[in-house]
Ligand binder design. Structure first.
Ligand code: ZN
Ligand code: ZN
Length: 191
């Protein structure tokens, strides 16, 4: 059975919801330098990153995410040409999600910081534990013991399965970030 999780930015201007569908997501920590650079760009490192520099992400299909309020407060950056689209709020500089730079790919890495839970138990019940900590070599300080230095190859078949299922079920669309093929906000390329 799927669960609906309420999404809300820090200031409350951007609101939405997420359908958490068992078997259609990965709950991960990404410690990569790009996620850290994105947090620095937003001037929100302390709001976003854990003590190791990790970002908590919920990777799922765009069609499961809905933004119902504050669409005009969504911005987008690319750290470099051809990089991921990194969506954020412009009201309170919170990350929203990362997507590929094409509306065709059924992937959105939603920031767990947006999700509203009444307590840790409820969060654990709905999202389950973090199943992968990737790119630990970029950790701030000592790498967490349960992190992989890069990306665990053992994860690839799961990602491929997820992508194929998403393509087959056309889960790229509707997306809160694209109108058809066009991104809903101007994409600001940082370098
Ligand atoms: Zn906000
Ligand atoms: Zn990352």
């Amino acid at each position: 059975m799927s669960n609906i999780v309420v999404l809300e930015c820090l200031c409350g201007a951007v609101k939405g919801k997420l359908n958490v569908d068992p078997g259609s997501f990965f709950h991960v920590h990404c410690l990569c330098c790009d996620c850290q650079s994105f947090a620095s760009h937003l001037n929100s490192k302390e709001k976003i990153l854990d003590e190791h520099g990790g970002s908590e992400l919920f990777q799922t299909y765009p069609a499961f995410m809905e933004v119902s309020e504050g669409q005009d407060k969504i911005g987008c950056v690319q750290l470099r040409d051809k990089g991921l689209y990194r969506w954020h709020t412009t009201c309170c500089n919170m990350p929203l999600a990362n997507t590929m730079n094409s509306s065709k790919v059924p992937f959105a890495g939603v920031s767990v910081k947006l999700m509203k839970f009444s307590n840790e138990q409820e969060k654990m019940k709905i999202l389950g534990p973090v199943t992968m900590k990737a790119f630990g070599k970029y950790s701030i300080g000592e790498m967490p013991k349960d992190a992989h230095p890069k990306f665990p190859i053992s994860y690839m078949p799961k990602i491929i399965g997820f992508m194929l299922k998403g393509l087959f079920r056309k889960m790229n669309n509707p997306s809160p970030f694209f109108n058809g093929k066009e991104p809903i906000a101007k994409v600001n390329v940082l370098s």
